[in-house]
Design a protein. Structure first.
Ligand SMILES: Nc1ncnc2c1ncn2[C@@H]1O[C@H](COP(=O)(O)OP(=O)(O)OP(=O)(O)O)[C@@H](O)[C@H]1O
Ligand SMILES: [Mg+2]
Length: 239
């Protein structure tokens, strides 16, 4: 069953159309990757789904409701969590306060979910009282994911979680995504690291200037020539 079904969605910034007639869906327990070059509309798409931007046209169905045009807090309360580009942490609050805010104004999530988040990310457990802005980039990303998880979202959307992180931390982020997938968490993953995203995803959509140009099972896309050339840096072998 579809958790999320986006149909013919178009989104603009004033006169600039950033997303054009995009349709995609996510089934329960899937990891779906959204890939594409800089400026292809990935973040715009996620923001529109989360209610941060209002689409010009199209429909968004999520967890049994038509959420098109809903305010972000209402979408969040319905079980959809976006970890935005840049993480969106409450910079002057502590790790623990950020986690508490993750449960603010939602019915979901208990004290046990807070403890579980600190166990999943031991580095956060050691830094409960530290101010979020003083965490390292990797720690901030862990906190942003943890803050989304404590509300037990039906769908977790991650916008470039590995952006700007050292290779070791990139691997750690992808390991977290793989672990969440094993636990059955439904995830939409936007990534520049196409190869690693396709390795963890079930299916993927490729965006180009605001439109879906290719979609399919992740292993097929990873093996496909078009994707290799365009996004994986694996051009034709010379000779
Ligand atoms: N606030 C904004 N105002 C005007 N145009 C915007 C705004 N945000 C994004 N755009 C434009 O919309 C298009 C899509 O941008 P978007 O941020 O969705 O791309 P993206 O795929 O997330 O790129 P990146 O990989 O760099 O994060 C781009 O042409 C961008 O310049
Ligand atoms: Mg983006």
């Amino acid at each position: 069953m579809d958790v999320l079904a986006v149909q013919d969605l178009s989104v603009s910034y004033r006169e600039v159309r950033a997303v054009k007639d995009v349709s995609f869906d996510v089934r329960r327990g899937e990891v779906v990757a959204l890939l594409g070059a800089n400026g292809s509309g990935k973040s715009t798409l996620l923001r529109a789904v989360a209610g941060v931007l209002t689409p010009d046209r199209g429909r968004i169905r999520f967890a049994g409701a038509d959420i098109t045009g809903w305010a972000p807090h209402r979408v969040a309360r319905h079980g959809l969590r976006l970890v935005p580009e840049g993480r969106g942490l409450l910079a002057r609050m502590t790790v623990w306060e950020n986690l508490l805010m993750g449960q603010y104004a939602t019915a979901a999530g208990t004290r046990r979910d807070l403890d579980a988040a600190l166990e999943r990310f031991p580095v956060l457990g050691q830094r409960r009282a530290q101010i979020a802005s003083t965490l390292s980039g990797g720690e901030q990303q862990m906190l942003a994911i943890a803050r989304a998880l404590v509300a037990r979202p039906t769908l977790l959307m991650l916008d470039e979680p590995s952006l700007g992180l050292a290779p070791r931390l990139v691997r750690q982020i992808f390991a977290v995504v793989a672990e969440l997938k094993r636990e059955g968490v439904t995830i939409v993953l936007v990534e520049q690291n196409a190869r690693q995203a396709l390795a963890v995803a079930d299916r993927a959509y490729i965006l180009e200037t605001g439109q879906v140009v290719l979609a399919g099972p992740a292993p097929e896309l990873a093996a496909g020539e078009a994707v290799q050339r365009a996004y994986l840096g694996g051009g034709p072998v010379p000779g």
